[in-house]
Design a protein around this ligand. Structure first.
Ligand code: ZN
Length: 129
């Protein structure tokens, strides 16, 4: 069942799928769970640094998502794909538990890292990483 699904996605997404699988194998997919609110934030350490993934939106903070997915050229970036894969391949991700008191500090640090990435890459062409 899962095998057929994965083959179909590989055929659909090609290089994105291969890169997503590499991320999963590398242990780059992380789930941050906050309690007692049960908020969940996924992060994936990709080529440019940590990306925030909100699975339910769906949303990813990477350039590919911004330029290609929002632009309508594709429906998923390889980070989002890696989260889907990690879940289906038998929870191949690291889950880290936090308390709600830590939520704002966590977000602050993550956003700081993201704004650094934006500054570093703002003059690069909007290519596929
Ligand atoms: Zn992404």
């Amino acid at each position: 069942m899962v095998g057929a699904e994965l083959t179909a996605e590989f055929e659909k997404y090609g290089e994105r799928f291969t890169r997503a699988l590499e991320l999963v194998e590398r242990g780059a997919v992380k789930l941050h769970r906050f309690s007692p609110s049960r908020r969940e934030i996924w992060t994936v350490v990709g080529a440019e640094g940590d990306q925030i993934i909100l699975e339910s939106e769906p949303f990813c903070s990477c350039r590919d998502f911004h330029f290609r997915v929002v632009g309508g050229n594709t429906d998923i970036c390889y980070h989002l794909l890696s989260v889907h894969l990690a879940k289906r391949l038998g929870e191949k991700y690291d889950a880290v538990d936090f308390t709600d008191e830590e939520y704002h500090t966590f977000l602050f640090l993550l956003l700081q890292d993201l704004s650094r990435q934006v500054l570093l890459t703002k003059d690069k062409p909007d290519g596929f990483e």
